[in-house]
Design a protein around this ligand. Sequence first.
Ligand code: CA
Length: 255
Amino acid sequence: MVVPRVRSIRWHSFSLTDRGLSRRRNEDAVLELPEARLYAVADGMGGHRAGDVASRLAVDTLAACFERPPSPRIRAPALTGRLLEAFDRANGAILDHASANPSCNGMGTTLTAVAPLASDPQCVIAHVGDSRAYRLRAGDLQQLTRDHTWVQQQVDTGMLTPVEARHHRLSSVLHRVLGTTAVGPADTLVVDTEPGDLLLLCSDGLTNMLDDAALLRLLSAGQPLDVLGRRLVDAANEQGGLDNITVLLLRAEPA
Ligand code: CA
C-alpha cells in the first residue's frame, strides 16, 4: 500500500520564558507569530540592561520583516532569503541602537528562528549564537543547529570531546552573535517535517541545566505542549536555574 505523502502540516505552538533562579533580569526574548508562520528565541547579552534591549530588538525586527507574511506558496529558497534579510536587519538595528545609546555599547544577542512552509512539509531554520533548535521524531532527539561557541569549534577540530566542552570554563564564549559588524550571514538549513514531529527552540539556560538525555526523557512524555513547556522550565530550575530559560515548542499535526 502506498501511503500518500502529507503535503501540509498544522503547527501547534507554545512558548515560555522564565528568569530562572539566579539572574535578576530576563534577557531572553521569544517570538510566536503563527499568522506569519514564524517562531524565534533570542538570548541577549551586555551590561547595564542592554542584553534585554538586544534580544527584544532582534525579535521585534524579525516580526516587522514578516509583518507581510510570506505567500503560502513560497518555497524554501525564497523563505531562506527572507530570513537572512531579516537577520541582517536585526543585526543593523542592534548596531544602530548601540551607537545611538552608549550604555548599550557592545550588546548582542543570539537568534534562532524557524519558519514552517505552508506548501511543503518543511521548515527553514536560521541561526546565530548558542540558542538551539532540536527535532524529536520517533524517540530520536536531533540537535539541528550548531552552537557558535569556541568550545564547539574545539569539538569540531577534535581538540575537545563533547563532554569536555560541556563542562569547560569557556563553554559560554560565543564567536558569533547579532550586534557585531563581523557577524556574517546566519546559518540556515531546511529540515523536513512529519506529523508527530516535535520541534524545540531554546536558550542555553535550558541546555546548560539539562543534557540531551534529560531533554529526550522530558520531551518523550507526550504531554500537551503547555504542560511540557512548564515541565522543561521547572526541570531546569530544579537543576539550579542559573540562567534565564526560554522554551518554544512546535508540534506538527496533519492539516
Ligand atoms: Ca543565556
